[in-house]
Design a protein around this ligand. Structure first.
Ligand SMILES: O=c1ccn([C@@H]2O[C@H](COP(=O)(O)OP(=O)(O)O[C@H]3O[C@H](CO)[C@@H](O)[C@H](O)[C@H]3O)[C@@H](O)[C@H]2O)c(=O)[nH]1
Ligand SMILES: [Mn+2]
Length: 774
């Protein structure tokens, strides 16, 4: 019935291109309140300099001073390079020059985020005066992505969905779409149960003004639920649902008792035929709740809840999460086509029922809304251990940088906890890209019921695996293809089309997600990110060229900073090995203690590290957290980034295929115990651990020999090298512990220790040989 025809061959309405160009975004929200807000004299939000104008001025002056110091350092490097004493000294000077060049570049690119940092506030009270009836509120489609029931337990996905279904917002205006790339009957089963539970949970939250609307989180912080009969009843229902889902999970299938019970909803499971696999199956779309038709126990409407597993075929590329999101953009267009979209990863639940109102304070602000594409909330995590040993909070990436970018064109998109204006996924503010079907037009108003055959038929068509061929999906329309960090890439391209974004960072976390609790999971995650960033850097969208040209110098550099993460290993590897190998051989490579250049080195080191520490402290964090953050920076360089670069080039040579390895959200009890104790987990024998273990051994040897040499009187010349080695050794303490003293499952596997020891000795001998040959 539906064909992929271009607009002009369809007898429907013509595309309203001119309207899109002229209209302010108020119209696009299709809510009367938008018009009222335009005339409203009450402010809905405000912004000031982050921390204070004085802090910003300090950062700018400091950047100027530090830049001068960098120039001085390069003067020093050039003079050593031009007057080499021997080939060895030339080689060492050149290596130091290259690694400082990388560090200086990364430092400069990052300063863009310190030039105009903003802090924003929303006035929810004023919004309340504006929005009186349910029809005043714009509708929202929530997209929740999941990909593997065994790495992303369906019960957690259910909790995420329930937490947003229970937003303080007219329920009929919320539709939740779950994208299941795992194509799992288990996930569908969990959601069928959740749909029933929602009828109890939502009214309970609203009646009692519950703040934690994720049931799991709620019961975890209300352990005395048995004192309140209503709460106890709900807890029993929740546990029953959970047990049911866990039973099905354990069996690995939805048993016949469900399929044959004559219940119409369970007929859906018949679609999981023998030939069904997660990589090869038809589209499955199940409407689990339909607002207006399904009511909760007090007779109020429930939100729409729709399960979607797009069609998959081994012969067509599905573009991982970006593909899943685009599929939801289309399926939701056929059903509700809400003007606002919220994207969430399956583990990222709402922690504040007011969040949706908060974003309206911006979307309904006529000045801001004109070119506004998305509002990003910081990624924040629950269950991070006391000092965040793996720096899972990614403070720089998820908090500091977005605050800085907010004062320029707006933060990057980080994949989750982000509200989009649907229209912005269809071309730039003044260059609308019409989709191939009029029903997918962001301005199209759906008139038929979600359940109607007409709507469901079209939804299945647009969820087809070949639907996108010969269309602009992934290039000009929707979330962009071509990078494993589809979030970063999409935000970047939207901004280059002329869209702006905005960072909303309220005190109470709007969302909480899971962070990896083993070092290997964390490293695999950043490995995927670096591969994705390299894909962008090596494309025509390189930040330096395309970015600076389209976004201006500061924004362009800010995006280039991420794309240059892959350069970090160069500096970290050089600084982790070269001065130490030289120290072992008694060769001084840095200025002596009394040399004026020594002061420059001290300033550069203390300035960069000190400023970061200050930022952490001013954000209310501890010294310890900063310490772990700076440590993980070098660990990532030696591990995740390093292997990411290798994989990227192997892929470019077509030796290996790229994959999106989903981070596991399942908690192993023993690992979790170790994590809570703050112990590093090296338990799996992975090559990822070899470079850092090798570095720790080389530094240990250098430390011992360095002390022996300085006792022999060479300390003035070798002082900086000894200091650096000491610094690395303190950073390596968890590794030494895990190699030598620990006996639990998280210790360094002996195989890794031996390989690293061998490599360390090999390096020392090679360097020694090099010195004697040249
Ligand atoms: O083929 C796929 C692969 C992944 N996902 C989903 O993508 C999300 C993110 O995956 P995860 O393994 O949790 O990756 P992270 O590295 O933790 O995610 C960060 O980085 C990703 C890009 O690499 C972004 O998509 C995420 O939003 C961002 O939080 C999860 O909900 C997955 O279910 C899919 O839907 N389809
Ligand atoms: Mn994740």
């Amino acid at each position: 019935m539906f064909h992929l025809q271009p607009y002009n061959t369809i007898n429907h309405r013509p595309p309203k291109i001119s309207k899109h160009i002229k209209s302010t975004f108020m119209e696009e929200y299709r809510a009367p309140a938008a018009a009222a807000a335009a005339a409203n004299p009450l402010p809905l939000n405000s912004h000031t300099q982050h921390i204070s104008p004085r802090a910003t001025t300090f950062n700018r002056l400091f950047a100027a001073l530090y830049s001068l110091a960098i120039f001085a350092l390069f003067y020093y490097h050039f003079s050593s390079l031009l007057n080499p004493i021997s080939f060895t000294s030339f080689f060492i000077s050149l290596s130091l020059f290259i690694s400082d060049l990388v560090l200086a570049f990364l430092w400069v690119a990052c300063q863009t985020n310190r030039m105009n940092p903003l802090r924003r506030r929303e006035f929810l009270g004023n919004l309340k005066l504006l929005l009186k009836k349910d029809s005043d509120f714009p509708a929202l489609d929530v997209f929740i992505c999941t990909a593997d029931p065994y790495k992303e337990p369906p019960m957690n996905v259910v909790n995420t969905a329930l937490s947003v279904m229970a937003y303080d917002y007219p329920t009929s205006k919320i539709s939740v779409y779950v994208s299941d790339d795992g194509g799992s009957a288990l996930t569908l089963f969990a959601f069928m149960e959740a749909a029933k539970f929602a009828a109890v949970w939502l009214p309970f939250c609203k009646k009692n003004d519950v703040v934690e609307r994720n049931p799991d989180a709620f019961f975890a912080s209300n352990k005395d639920y048995y004192c309140n009969p209503e709460m106890e009843k709900i807890k029993i229902m929740y546990e029953k649902m959970k047990m049911g889902v866990e039973n099905v999970m354990e069996k690995g299938e939805v048993g016949n008792e469900f399929i044959n019970n004559g219940n119409e909803e369970h007929l859906a499971f018949l679609k999981w035929t023998k030939s069904f696999t997660s990589h090869n199956h038809p589209a499955i779309i199940e409407v689990l709740l339909e607002s207006g038709k399904n009511k909760d126990i007090v007779g109020e409407s429930l939100p729409n809840l729709i399960y979607v597993s797009r069609q998959k075929s081994v012969t067509s590329h599905h573009h991982f999460k970006a593909g899943a999101l685009n599929n939801l953009v289309r399926v939701s267009a056929t059903m509700t086509n809400a003007p606002l979209i919220l994207t969430l990863d399956c583990d990222v639940y709402s922690n504040d029922p007011q969040t949706l109102n908060r974003v309206l304070c911006y979307f309904l602000d006529s000045k801001l809304a004109r070119n506004l594409s998305y509002i990003q909330f910081p990624q924040r995590f629950h269950g991070v251990n006391k000092n965040d040993i793996y720096a899972n909070e990614f403070k720089r990436l998820f908090i500091f940088n977005p605050i800085g970018m907010d004062g320029l064109l707006g933060p990057a998109y980080v994949g989750t906890g982000c509200f989009f204006v649907r229209r912005s996924l269809f071309g730039g503010p003044s260059s609308f890209e019409p989709p191939e079907l009029p029903e997918l037009d962001p301005n199209h108003v759906v008139k038929s019921a979600i359940y109607s055959e007409e709507v469901l038929d079209l939804a299945h068509v647009v969820a087809g695996c070949d639907y996108e061929s010969n269309t602009k999906w992934g290039s000009k329309i929707g979330f962009r293809y071509g990078s494993l960090v589809e979030d970063y890439f999409t935000g970047y391209l939207l901004q280059s089309e002329g869209w702006k974004s905005l960072f909303c960072n309220p005190k109470r976390a709007a969302f909480y997600g899971d962070a990896p609790i083993t070092l290997l999971d964390g490293m695999n995650q950043v490995k995927r990110w670096v591969i994705g960033l390299l894909e962008v850097a090596f494309s025509k969208y390189n930040g330096f060229t395309f970015g600076v040209r389209n976004l201006g110098l500061l924004m362009g550099l800010s995006y280039t900073h991420n794309q240059s993460w892959a350069l970090t290993p160069i500096s970290v590897i050089l600084y982790a090995f070269l001065p130490q190998l030289a120290l072992i051989n008694g060769i001084p490579i840095f200025p002596k203690v009394w040399d004026p250049w020594f002061v420059l080195y001290a300033f550069l080191f203390l300035g960069a590290y000190g400023q970061e520490l200050l930022e952490f402290i001013l954000e209310g964090d501890t010294f310890h957290k900063w310490w772990n953050d700076q440590r993980i920076w070098s660990i990532r360089a030696l591990s995740g980034y390093f292997f990411g670069i290798i994989e990227f080039f192997l892929r470019s040579l077509k030796i290996s295929a790229l994959n999106f390895n989903v981070t596991s959200k399942v908690i192993d009890e023993e690992q979790s115990k170790r994590y809570c104790q703050g112990l590093f987990d090296f338990g799996t024998p992975s090559p990822m651990f070899v470079p850092m273990t090798t570095a720790s051994i080389v530094n240990f040897i250098a430390g011992v020999i360095g002390i022996w040499r300085s006792l022999g009187g060479a300390w003035e010349q070798l002082f900086l090298q000894i200091l650096l080695t000491g610094f690395v050794m303190i950073n390596c303490w968890p590794l030494y512990e895990a190699m030598v003293f620990r006996n639990d499952g998280g210790k360094v596997p002996p195989k890794i220790t031996f390989i690293s020891l061998f490599l360390a000795l090999l390096l020392c001998s090679l360097f020694f040989a090099f010195l004697h040959v040249f």
